[in-house]
Write a protein that binds this ligand. Sequence first.
Ligand SMILES: [Zn+2]
Length: 162
Amino acid sequence: MHKITIDDIEKEPDKTLRYEFDDFMQEFGTDVHADLEFKSLGEFIEAAGKITGKLKLTCDRCLNEFDYDLDIDIDETFAKYALQDEYSQEFELKGEQFVTDLNGEKEIDVYDLLYQSVILALPNKKVCGINCNEGMFASDETNQVHDSRMDIFKTIKIERKE
Ligand SMILES: [Zn+2]
């Protein structure tokens, strides 16, 4: 089930395992494709590659479904063994690169890596097009929900008029 072991990576001649993922992801209701490369660097495993696919998202303004193209670069580092205790499970390295601790686990869950990467890449506001619904969100009209993130959007609209 889309898991690779550290041994799989290290028995490759150049300690680099290519992995092609092409499967239906139930959480997103769609097929997702990914070309990945896992490289063993001693204590660390580096994962790099690209995720592509088409998601059906619901527009926050008009509530219609629209196609959203996935085009995500993967750049992840896994630590084979537990890092020092003062670090949390995921810590920041060199300012922007995150390291996931495998805590001595001998395998990497590729499905989970892709799932997390897609979730992180999705926009906060899902909008089918910039002119949709004259910039109004469905929740603006009903006024049933107050979303503090909406306040930012209102500010932007006012600034544009001036
Ligand atoms: Zn829309």
